[in-house]
Design a protein around this ligand. Structure first.
Ligand code: SAH
Ligand code: SF4
Ligand code: F3S
Length: 443
């Protein structure tokens, strides 16, 4: 009988992409992926440790499934992802129901781990980093996402060579490894044959991408974008996350050559205060960031920017915080994320006193979120009566007779269309703004 596997995923898009890979390996070895814990044989938890709260979710969940394992001791529990690398054997100590601990760089061995455990009944741990590409034959069957049927994520690099004072990612994902361009291109070609027309290239620092072709010629991020843009079925290209310091002039110029790259850029600044940026070891100043934005806007005047922000970093005072607020109003960041600072083990800032009270952190979080909400209204109003390129996604369940699609800055637009338009880029004039939804007519 085929065994049933339940997979739960926390964390970033890369982690979700990794879970799809795990599903792929299991599927091709005759396991069945299920969505409920009922009668399950194997439970796989793909974890995130970027903040303490994310990490806690694993242990809450393990607690929740304790009884399931008590009732049926044959169930195998495997923990993967970033908490595995960070906590290693400690995971077994904290929860005795865990049988296998694996990491983001060993997930391709998942089928072997399970078979070995079934045979020996001995706990397995393997969270090693590899320096080779782990997923060269990743098929696309599982690389789809439920919400967006014309969009796929494609990992192009993994890991991080930077060392921001607060961040655990370099420890959990290891040094940067870039995939071979040929493998990325063949994955995207296959995706486009399946009807995918938009790709979102993933990496902890996508613009640090640095690889070589099989003939030893170098391939940087701009080279890769040029190659991807030549794939006929691909109509839109996005990428997350870029780092300001890897945003070269060559990359900015690439925007003028490739229209398929969207007018929307997630470029995290983290704070609007130079003092805090220095303590965070981000290695740039607000002035540098603003100049970078100016250069990009010179090439793409309609570019909209998004960012991540951390509030309550040690010593962040009211003046520092005000500078962040001012910057958010000035750049008009859209679709951005704010996080409460969370000290992570072994990071540089974990040695600093976490001196901002939780109340103050929450106040700052809300304050930024309110400002970001105003920014999003600003952009929605600015879009009203404009013409937008929209990638047609699906027929709407909510609005009878309407289709919907996404703009370059990821806003949903409803319009009267037909099924021939699915997966196509169309021009839509926005005629109505209702609550947070846009309505338009096909041009
Ligand atoms: N490589 C990306 C970020 C990856 S982590 C970059 O440099 O922009 C995603 C986001 O989590 C970060 O941008 C940061 O805002 C947030 N983050 C990382 N570590 C954190 C911590 N210790 N506490 C709170 N937020 C954190
Ligand atoms: Fe973390 Fe900084 Fe690397 Fe981003 S660049 S993953 S924030 S260390
Ligand atoms: Fe979390 Fe690891 Fe992604 S820490 S944010 S799952 S890289």
């Amino acid at each position: 009988m085929h065994k049933k596997v339940y997979i739960k995923t926390w964390g970033c898009q890369m982690n979700h992409y990794d879970s799809n890979k795990i599903k792929f390996y299991l599927h091709y070895n005759n396991y069945i992926i299920v969505n409920s814990l009922l009668d399950v044989n194997i439970i796989i938890l793909n974890t995130c440790s970027v903040r303490q709260k994310a990490q806690d979710k694993l242990f809450f969940f393990l607690d929740r499934i304790k009884d399931i394992k008590k009732k049926n001791n044959d169930i195998i529990v495997a923990v993967g992802g970033c908490v595995s690398v960070q906590e290693k054997e400690n995971i077994f100590l904290r929860s005795n129901i865990v049988d296998i601990v694996f990491g983001p760089q060993t997930l391709h061995k998942i089928v072997d781990f399970i078979s070995k455990f079934e045979k020996d009944k001995k706990k397995i741990i393997d969270v090693e980093f590899s320096n080779i590409e782990k997923d060269k034959d990743f098929s696309i069957d599982f690389n789809t996402n439920l919400n967006r049927r014309s969009l796929s994520y494609v990992s192009i690099m993994e890991g991080c060579n930077k060392c921001c004072a607060y961040c655990i990612v370099p420890f959990t994902r290891g040094k940067e490894i870039s995939r071979l361009p040929e493998n990325i291109i063949s994955e995207i070609c296959r995706l486009s044959l399946y009807g995918i027309s938009e790709v979102n290239l993933l990496g902890q620092n996508v613009n640090a991408y640095c690889s070589v072709f099989k003939n030893n010629k170098k391939c940087n991020f701009s080279d890769l974008l040029k190659l991807i843009s030549k794939i006929k079925g691909i109509k839109r290209i996005r990428f997350t996350t870029s780092h300001p310091n890897n945003f070269t002039d060559e990359l900015i110029n690439t925007y003028s050559k490739i229209n398929k790259i969207v007018n929307f850029l997630h470029l995290p600044i983290q704070s609007g205060s130079n003092r805090i940026l220095k303590l965070m070891r981000r290695n740039y100043t607000v002035k540098y960031y603003k100049e970078l934005i100016k250069k990009i806007l010179f090439i793409r005047k309609n570019m909209i920017f998004a960012s991540d922000f951390i509030v309550g970093f040690p010593t962040e005072n009211k003046k520092d915080f005000k500078l962040t607020l001012d910057l958010i109003s000035e750049i008009k960041f859209d679709n951005s994320f704010v996080f409460i600072y969370s000290p992570r083990p072994n990071t540089i800032s974990s040695k600093m006193l976490d001196n901002i009270s939780i109340e103050e952190k929450k106040y700052r979080l809300n304050k930024i979120n309110n400002l970001l909400y105003l920014n999003s209204i600003y952009w929605l109003n600015k879009m009203l009566y404009s013409t937008q390129t929209v990638l047609v996604e699906n027929i709407s369940n909510k609005n009878l007779g309407f289709y919907y699609g996404y703009t370059e800055n990821n806003k949903i637009i409803y319009f009267k269309g037909n099924k021939e338009l699915l997966g196509q880029l169309v021009n839509i004039k926005i005629i109505k703004l209702y609550k947070n939804s846009l309505y338009g007519t096909l041009i």
